[in-house]
Design a protein around this ligand. Sequence first.
Ligand code: HEC
Ligand code: HEC
Length: 320
Amino acid sequence: MKKIVILFFIAVTTHAIEKNSEPIRPLPLNLKDNNPEKMQLGFLLFNEKKLSANNTISCASCHALNAFGVDGLAKSVGIHGGIGSINAPTVFNSGLNFVQFWNGRAKTLEEQIDGPLLHPKEMGNSWAQAVAKLNQDKKYREAFSAIYRDGITVANVKNAIADFERKLTTPNSKFDRYLRGEKTLSELEENGYKRFKSLGCISCHQGQNIGGNMFQTMGVMGNYFKDRKDMPQTEDDLGRYLVTKRDRDKFVFRVPSLRNVEMTAPYFHDGYAKTLDQAVDIMGRYQLGQKLSQRDITSIVVFLKTLTGETPSVLKKVEK
Ligand code: HEC
Ligand code: HEC
Protein backbone atom coordinates (compact mmCIF):
# COMPACT_ATOMS: atom_id res chain seq x y z
CA MET A 1 0.00 0.00 0.00
CA LYS A 2 2.74 2.42 1.02
CA LYS A 3 4.54 1.76 -2.26
CA ILE A 4 1.45 2.56 -4.24
CA VAL A 5 0.96 5.80 -2.35
CA ILE A 6 4.58 6.79 -2.99
CA LEU A 7 4.32 5.90 -6.66
CA PHE A 8 1.11 7.88 -6.91
CA PHE A 9 2.82 10.83 -5.25
CA ILE A 10 5.75 10.65 -7.69
CA ALA A 11 3.34 10.45 -10.62
CA VAL A 12 1.41 13.50 -9.40
CA THR A 13 4.50 15.60 -8.71
CA THR A 14 6.17 14.82 -12.04
CA HIS A 15 2.89 15.70 -13.71
CA ALA A 16 2.90 19.03 -11.86
CA ILE A 17 6.54 19.68 -12.79
CA GLU A 18 5.72 18.96 -16.41
CA LYS A 19 2.99 21.60 -16.36
CA ASN A 20 5.31 24.10 -14.65
CA SER A 21 7.65 23.86 -17.58
CA GLU A 22 4.91 24.87 -20.05
CA PRO A 23 5.59 28.15 -21.90
CA ILE A 24 2.23 29.53 -20.69
CA ARG A 25 1.60 30.20 -17.01
CA PRO A 26 -1.75 30.48 -15.20
CA LEU A 27 -2.97 33.79 -13.76
CA PRO A 28 -2.72 34.23 -9.98
CA LEU A 29 -5.96 33.19 -8.28
CA ASN A 30 -6.36 35.55 -5.38
CA LEU A 31 -5.28 39.10 -5.95
CA LYS A 32 -4.98 40.95 -2.65
CA ASP A 33 -7.82 43.40 -2.34
CA ASN A 34 -7.03 45.41 0.73
CA ASN A 35 -8.55 48.70 -0.37
CA PRO A 36 -12.19 48.26 -1.42
CA GLU A 37 -12.87 52.03 -1.23
CA LYS A 38 -10.15 52.67 -3.75
CA MET A 39 -11.48 49.93 -6.05
CA GLN A 40 -14.93 51.51 -5.83
CA LEU A 41 -13.47 54.91 -6.73
CA GLY A 42 -11.54 53.45 -9.66
CA PHE A 43 -14.70 51.76 -10.89
CA LEU A 44 -16.68 55.02 -10.64
CA LEU A 45 -14.02 56.96 -12.53
CA PHE A 46 -13.79 54.27 -15.20
CA ASN A 47 -17.52 54.74 -15.81
CA GLU A 48 -17.47 58.53 -15.40
CA LYS A 49 -18.61 60.43 -18.49
CA LYS A 50 -17.53 63.74 -16.92
CA LEU A 51 -14.00 62.73 -17.85
CA SER A 52 -14.91 63.60 -21.45
CA ALA A 53 -15.21 67.18 -22.68
CA ASN A 54 -18.99 67.02 -23.23
CA ASN A 55 -19.96 64.41 -20.62
CA THR A 56 -20.86 61.74 -23.16
CA ILE A 57 -18.01 59.22 -23.11
CA SER A 58 -16.41 57.23 -20.32
CA CYS A 59 -13.58 54.71 -20.41
CA ALA A 60 -16.28 52.03 -20.28
CA SER A 61 -17.88 53.37 -23.49
CA CYS A 62 -15.04 51.77 -25.42
CA HIS A 63 -13.98 49.17 -22.84
CA ALA A 64 -17.28 47.67 -21.70
CA LEU A 65 -16.75 45.92 -18.38
CA ASN A 66 -19.60 43.51 -19.08
CA ALA A 67 -18.18 42.65 -22.50
CA PHE A 68 -14.61 41.59 -21.72
CA GLY A 69 -13.28 45.14 -21.83
CA VAL A 70 -13.94 45.90 -25.50
CA ASP A 71 -16.49 47.67 -27.70
CA GLY A 72 -16.75 44.99 -30.37
CA LEU A 73 -16.03 47.55 -33.11
CA ALA A 74 -13.19 47.58 -35.61
CA LYS A 75 -12.59 51.25 -34.74
CA SER A 76 -14.01 52.93 -31.63
CA VAL A 77 -16.45 55.83 -31.54
CA GLY A 78 -15.48 58.78 -29.35
CA ILE A 79 -17.03 62.19 -28.59
CA HIS A 80 -19.09 63.88 -31.33
CA GLY A 81 -19.29 60.45 -33.00
CA GLY A 82 -15.66 60.67 -34.09
CA ILE A 83 -14.32 57.36 -35.37
CA GLY A 84 -10.86 56.40 -34.17
CA SER A 85 -8.08 55.01 -36.30
CA ILE A 86 -7.19 51.83 -34.42
CA ASN A 87 -8.95 48.91 -32.69
CA ALA A 88 -9.57 49.15 -28.93
CA PRO A 89 -7.78 46.33 -27.09
CA THR A 90 -9.32 44.94 -23.94
CA VAL A 91 -8.50 46.45 -20.56
CA PHE A 92 -8.80 42.99 -18.98
CA ASN A 93 -5.36 41.68 -17.98
CA SER A 94 -3.78 44.80 -19.55
CA GLY A 95 -1.77 45.39 -16.37
CA LEU A 96 0.20 42.26 -17.26
CA ASN A 97 1.36 43.67 -20.60
CA PHE A 98 4.94 44.97 -20.59
CA VAL A 99 3.89 48.22 -22.27
CA GLN A 100 0.53 49.77 -23.17
CA PHE A 101 -1.00 50.49 -26.61
CA TRP A 102 -0.48 48.58 -29.85
CA ASN A 103 2.76 50.48 -30.47
CA GLY A 104 3.87 50.46 -26.82
CA ARG A 105 4.01 54.25 -26.47
CA ALA A 106 2.94 54.20 -22.79
CA LYS A 107 5.02 52.38 -20.21
CA THR A 108 2.40 52.14 -17.47
CA LEU A 109 -1.36 52.11 -17.04
CA GLU A 110 -1.10 55.50 -15.34
CA GLU A 111 0.73 57.01 -18.30
CA GLN A 112 -1.72 55.37 -20.70
CA ILE A 113 -4.67 57.43 -19.38
CA ASP A 114 -3.39 60.68 -20.93
CA GLY A 115 -4.01 59.03 -24.31
CA PRO A 116 -7.83 58.70 -24.31
CA LEU A 117 -8.50 61.66 -22.00
CA LEU A 118 -6.70 64.18 -24.21
CA HIS A 119 -7.34 62.56 -27.61
CA PRO A 120 -9.61 64.87 -29.63
CA LYS A 121 -11.57 61.92 -31.06
CA GLU A 122 -11.84 59.95 -27.81
CA MET A 123 -12.65 62.07 -24.73
CA GLY A 124 -11.35 65.39 -26.08
CA ASN A 125 -10.73 66.79 -22.62
CA SER A 126 -8.00 68.61 -20.69
CA TRP A 127 -6.85 67.54 -17.24
CA ALA A 128 -7.68 70.97 -15.80
CA GLN A 129 -11.28 70.59 -16.93
CA ALA A 130 -11.57 66.97 -15.84
CA VAL A 131 -10.27 67.70 -12.33
CA ALA A 132 -12.46 70.80 -12.04
CA LYS A 133 -15.58 68.78 -12.93
CA LEU A 134 -14.78 66.05 -10.43
CA ASN A 135 -14.23 68.75 -7.81
CA GLN A 136 -17.80 69.98 -8.26
CA ASP A 137 -19.10 66.57 -7.21
CA LYS A 138 -19.35 65.98 -3.46
CA LYS A 139 -19.18 62.21 -3.94
CA TYR A 140 -15.71 62.54 -5.49
CA ARG A 141 -14.46 65.17 -3.04
CA GLU A 142 -15.29 62.80 -0.18
CA ALA A 143 -14.05 59.62 -1.84
CA PHE A 144 -10.70 61.16 -2.84
CA SER A 145 -10.02 62.82 0.48
CA ALA A 146 -10.75 59.55 2.29
CA ILE A 147 -8.01 57.85 0.26
CA TYR A 148 -5.51 60.57 -0.73
CA ARG A 149 -4.09 63.27 1.49
CA ASP A 150 -4.07 65.78 -1.39
CA GLY A 151 -7.59 64.99 -2.64
CA ILE A 152 -8.47 65.24 -6.32
CA THR A 153 -5.32 65.61 -8.42
CA VAL A 154 -4.32 64.33 -11.86
CA ALA A 155 -1.92 61.82 -10.32
CA ASN A 156 -4.60 60.53 -7.94
CA VAL A 157 -7.21 60.14 -10.68
CA LYS A 158 -4.69 58.14 -12.69
CA ASN A 159 -3.68 56.10 -9.67
CA ALA A 160 -7.27 55.15 -8.79
CA ILE A 161 -8.14 54.12 -12.36
CA ALA A 162 -4.88 52.23 -12.91
CA ASP A 163 -5.13 50.37 -9.59
CA PHE A 164 -8.66 49.32 -10.49
CA GLU A 165 -7.49 48.19 -13.95
CA ARG A 166 -4.72 46.09 -12.42
CA LYS A 167 -7.44 44.09 -10.68
CA LEU A 168 -9.23 43.34 -13.94
CA THR A 169 -7.69 39.90 -14.33
CA THR A 170 -9.59 36.86 -15.54
CA PRO A 171 -8.29 33.79 -13.70
CA ASN A 172 -9.47 30.19 -13.81
CA SER A 173 -9.86 29.72 -17.54
CA LYS A 174 -10.22 26.09 -18.54
CA PHE A 175 -6.64 26.24 -19.81
CA ASP A 176 -5.27 27.66 -16.54
CA ARG A 177 -7.03 24.87 -14.70
CA TYR A 178 -5.46 22.39 -17.08
CA LEU A 179 -2.04 23.91 -16.33
CA ARG A 180 -2.72 23.49 -12.63
CA GLY A 181 -3.67 19.86 -13.17
CA GLU A 182 -7.32 20.42 -12.19
CA LYS A 183 -8.93 19.79 -15.54
CA THR A 184 -8.30 17.82 -18.71
CA LEU A 185 -8.65 19.27 -22.18
CA SER A 186 -10.70 17.56 -24.89
CA GLU A 187 -8.70 15.79 -27.56
CA LEU A 188 -9.31 18.60 -30.03
CA GLU A 189 -8.33 21.30 -27.50
CA GLU A 190 -5.17 19.43 -26.55
CA ASN A 191 -4.33 18.93 -30.20
CA GLY A 192 -4.87 22.66 -30.83
CA TYR A 193 -2.44 23.52 -28.02
CA LYS A 194 0.11 21.07 -29.45
CA ARG A 195 -0.16 22.68 -32.88
CA PHE A 196 0.00 26.17 -31.32
CA LYS A 197 3.37 25.13 -29.92
CA SER A 198 4.74 23.04 -32.79
CA LEU A 199 3.80 25.55 -35.51
CA GLY A 200 5.52 28.35 -33.57
CA CYS A 201 2.63 30.58 -32.43
CA ILE A 202 4.09 30.13 -28.96
CA SER A 203 7.30 31.93 -29.92
CA CYS A 204 5.35 35.19 -29.89
CA HIS A 205 2.24 34.46 -27.78
CA GLN A 206 3.60 33.12 -24.49
CA GLY A 207 4.05 33.68 -20.75
CA GLN A 208 1.42 34.62 -18.22
CA ASN A 209 -0.65 36.74 -20.62
CA ILE A 210 -0.05 34.53 -23.68
CA GLY A 211 1.32 37.61 -25.37
CA GLY A 212 1.94 41.14 -24.19
CA ASN A 213 5.63 40.62 -23.50
CA MET A 214 7.40 41.53 -26.76
CA PHE A 215 7.25 43.57 -29.97
CA GLN A 216 7.01 41.79 -33.32
CA THR A 217 6.54 42.71 -36.95
CA MET A 218 3.08 42.16 -38.45
CA GLY A 219 3.95 40.34 -41.64
CA VAL A 220 7.23 38.58 -40.87
CA MET A 221 6.67 36.25 -43.84
CA GLY A 222 4.63 38.37 -46.24
CA ASN A 223 3.22 41.82 -46.88
CA TYR A 224 0.00 41.80 -44.87
CA PHE A 225 -0.66 45.48 -45.53
CA LYS A 226 -0.41 45.15 -49.30
CA ASP A 227 -2.70 42.11 -49.35
CA ARG A 228 -5.28 43.57 -46.95
CA LYS A 229 -8.48 44.14 -48.90
CA ASP A 230 -10.54 47.36 -48.89
CA MET A 231 -8.35 49.01 -46.29
CA PRO A 232 -5.66 51.39 -47.56
CA GLN A 233 -2.53 51.71 -45.44
CA THR A 234 -2.86 54.17 -42.56
CA GLU A 235 -0.39 55.97 -40.35
CA ASP A 236 -1.23 53.66 -37.43
CA ASP A 237 -0.10 50.68 -39.53
CA LEU A 238 3.45 51.97 -39.04
CA GLY A 239 3.20 50.73 -35.45
CA ARG A 240 6.24 51.14 -33.26
CA TYR A 241 7.94 53.30 -35.91
CA LEU A 242 5.69 56.17 -34.79
CA VAL A 243 7.39 56.00 -31.39
CA THR A 244 11.03 55.35 -32.33
CA LYS A 245 11.28 56.61 -35.95
CA ARG A 246 13.61 53.71 -36.66
CA ASP A 247 13.00 52.02 -40.02
CA ARG A 248 13.17 48.55 -38.54
CA ASP A 249 10.22 49.38 -36.30
CA LYS A 250 7.86 49.89 -39.24
CA PHE A 251 4.79 47.58 -38.91
CA VAL A 252 6.02 46.42 -35.49
CA PHE A 253 3.40 45.96 -32.76
CA ARG A 254 3.26 44.69 -29.23
CA VAL A 255 2.14 41.07 -29.52
CA PRO A 256 -1.40 41.03 -28.09
CA SER A 257 -2.50 38.78 -25.24
CA LEU A 258 -4.70 35.88 -26.33
CA ARG A 259 -6.57 35.59 -23.04
CA ASN A 260 -10.35 35.87 -23.63
CA VAL A 261 -9.63 36.30 -27.33
CA GLU A 262 -12.83 34.43 -28.19
CA MET A 263 -14.77 37.35 -26.68
CA THR A 264 -12.85 40.29 -28.17
CA ALA A 265 -13.50 40.27 -31.92
CA PRO A 266 -12.72 41.92 -34.28
CA TYR A 267 -8.96 41.28 -34.31
CA PHE A 268 -5.63 42.98 -34.99
CA HIS A 269 -4.74 46.64 -34.54
CA ASP A 270 -6.86 47.43 -37.59
CA GLY A 271 -9.85 45.31 -36.59
CA TYR A 272 -9.52 43.64 -39.99
CA ALA A 273 -10.16 40.00 -38.99
CA LYS A 274 -13.79 39.49 -38.03
CA THR A 275 -13.49 35.92 -36.76
CA LEU A 276 -10.92 33.86 -34.91
CA ASP A 277 -10.71 31.47 -37.87
CA GLN A 278 -9.71 34.37 -40.10
CA ALA A 279 -7.21 35.73 -37.54
CA VAL A 280 -5.53 32.33 -37.15
CA ASP A 281 -5.41 31.82 -40.93
CA ILE A 282 -3.76 35.25 -41.36
CA MET A 283 -1.28 34.53 -38.55
CA GLY A 284 -0.32 31.27 -40.26
CA ARG A 285 0.31 32.98 -43.57
CA TYR A 286 1.97 36.22 -42.52
CA GLN A 287 3.76 35.25 -39.29
CA LEU A 288 4.71 31.65 -40.06
CA GLY A 289 4.71 31.55 -43.88
CA GLN A 290 2.26 28.62 -43.92
CA LYS A 291 -1.19 28.04 -45.29
CA LEU A 292 -2.72 26.24 -42.31
CA SER A 293 -5.10 23.34 -42.96
CA GLN A 294 -8.73 23.81 -41.90
CA ARG A 295 -8.06 21.03 -39.37
CA ASP A 296 -5.25 23.01 -37.75
CA ILE A 297 -7.29 26.22 -37.77
CA THR A 298 -10.26 24.48 -36.15
CA SER A 299 -8.24 22.83 -33.41
CA ILE A 300 -6.25 25.99 -32.65
CA VAL A 301 -9.47 28.02 -32.39
CA VAL A 302 -10.95 25.41 -30.04
CA PHE A 303 -7.77 25.69 -27.94
CA LEU A 304 -7.97 29.52 -27.96
CA LYS A 305 -11.50 29.27 -26.57
CA THR A 306 -10.14 27.50 -23.47
CA LEU A 307 -8.34 30.80 -22.66
CA THR A 308 -11.58 32.54 -21.63
CA GLY A 309 -11.43 33.25 -17.91
CA GLU A 310 -13.78 34.28 -15.14
CA THR A 311 -15.23 37.75 -14.65
CA PRO A 312 -12.66 39.77 -12.65
CA SER A 313 -13.50 39.34 -8.97
CA VAL A 314 -13.22 43.11 -8.37
CA LEU A 315 -16.32 43.62 -10.54
CA LYS A 316 -18.34 41.42 -8.23
CA LYS A 317 -17.28 43.56 -5.27
CA VAL A 318 -17.93 47.08 -6.53
CA GLU A 319 -21.41 48.57 -6.18
CA LYS A 320 -22.99 49.16 -9.52
C1 HEC B 1 -13.24 56.40 -27.77
C2 HEC B 1 -12.86 55.08 -27.29
C3 HEC B 1 -11.97 54.95 -26.08
C4 HEC B 1 -12.11 55.56 -24.86
C5 HEC B 1 -13.15 56.56 -24.42
C6 HEC B 1 -11.06 55.03 -24.04
N1 HEC B 1 -10.31 54.13 -24.73
FE1 HEC B 1 -8.83 53.00 -24.02
N2 HEC B 1 -8.33 52.48 -25.88
C7 HEC B 1 -9.03 52.79 -27.02
C8 HEC B 1 -8.25 52.48 -28.18
C9 HEC B 1 -8.68 52.68 -29.65
C10 HEC B 1 -7.03 51.96 -27.72
C11 HEC B 1 -5.83 51.55 -28.56
C12 HEC B 1 -5.03 52.78 -28.91
C13 HEC B 1 -3.65 52.47 -29.43
O1 HEC B 1 -3.13 51.38 -29.17
O2 HEC B 1 -3.07 53.34 -30.08
C14 HEC B 1 -7.13 51.95 -26.26
C15 HEC B 1 -6.15 51.45 -25.42
C16 HEC B 1 -6.30 51.36 -24.05
C17 HEC B 1 -5.42 50.64 -23.17
C18 HEC B 1 -4.19 49.85 -23.58
C19 HEC B 1 -4.47 48.37 -23.54
C20 HEC B 1 -3.34 47.60 -24.12
O3 HEC B 1 -3.33 46.38 -23.94
O4 HEC B 1 -2.46 48.19 -24.76
C21 HEC B 1 -5.87 50.82 -21.89
C22 HEC B 1 -5.29 50.26 -20.62
C23 HEC B 1 -7.03 51.68 -21.98
N3 HEC B 1 -7.27 51.97 -23.30
C24 HEC B 1 -7.72 52.20 -20.90
C25 HEC B 1 -8.60 53.27 -21.01
C26 HEC B 1 -9.02 54.11 -19.92
C27 HEC B 1 -8.58 53.98 -18.48
C28 HEC B 1 -9.89 55.03 -20.43
C29 HEC B 1 -10.57 56.16 -19.73
C30 HEC B 1 -9.70 57.16 -19.12
C31 HEC B 1 -10.01 54.73 -21.86
N4 HEC B 1 -9.19 53.68 -22.17
C32 HEC B 1 -10.85 55.39 -22.72
C33 HEC B 1 -10.30 53.34 -27.03
C34 HEC B 1 -10.81 54.08 -26.00
C1 HEC C 1 6.22 36.51 -35.15
C2 HEC C 1 5.32 36.65 -34.03
C3 HEC C 1 3.95 35.98 -34.10
C4 HEC C 1 3.65 34.68 -34.39
C5 HEC C 1 4.61 33.56 -34.76
C6 HEC C 1 2.23 34.56 -34.25
N1 HEC C 1 1.69 35.76 -33.87
FE1 HEC C 1 -0.28 36.11 -33.51
N2 HEC C 1 0.13 38.10 -33.38
C7 HEC C 1 1.37 38.68 -33.48
C8 HEC C 1 1.22 40.11 -33.58
C9 HEC C 1 2.35 41.12 -33.71
C10 HEC C 1 -0.15 40.37 -33.57
C11 HEC C 1 -0.82 41.74 -33.73
C12 HEC C 1 -0.90 42.04 -35.22
C13 HEC C 1 -1.67 43.30 -35.55
O1 HEC C 1 -2.47 43.75 -34.75
O2 HEC C 1 -1.50 43.83 -36.64
C14 HEC C 1 -0.81 39.08 -33.42
C15 HEC C 1 -2.20 38.91 -33.30
C16 HEC C 1 -2.84 37.70 -33.11
C17 HEC C 1 -4.25 37.52 -32.88
C18 HEC C 1 -5.27 38.64 -32.73
C19 HEC C 1 -5.39 39.05 -31.29
C20 HEC C 1 -6.19 40.31 -31.07
O3 HEC C 1 -6.64 40.52 -29.95
O4 HEC C 1 -6.36 41.11 -31.99
C21 HEC C 1 -4.48 36.19 -32.78
C22 HEC C 1 -5.80 35.50 -32.52
C23 HEC C 1 -3.20 35.51 -32.96
N3 HEC C 1 -2.24 36.47 -33.15
C24 HEC C 1 -3.02 34.14 -32.93
C25 HEC C 1 -1.86 33.54 -33.41
C26 HEC C 1 -1.76 32.13 -33.75
C27 HEC C 1 -2.87 31.10 -33.57
C28 HEC C 1 -0.50 31.93 -34.22
C29 HEC C 1 0.09 30.66 -34.81
C30 HEC C 1 -0.65 30.11 -35.95
C31 HEC C 1 0.20 33.20 -34.14
N4 HEC C 1 -0.66 34.15 -33.65
C32 HEC C 1 1.53 33.39 -34.47
C33 HEC C 1 2.58 38.00 -33.47
C34 HEC C 1 2.70 36.66 -33.79
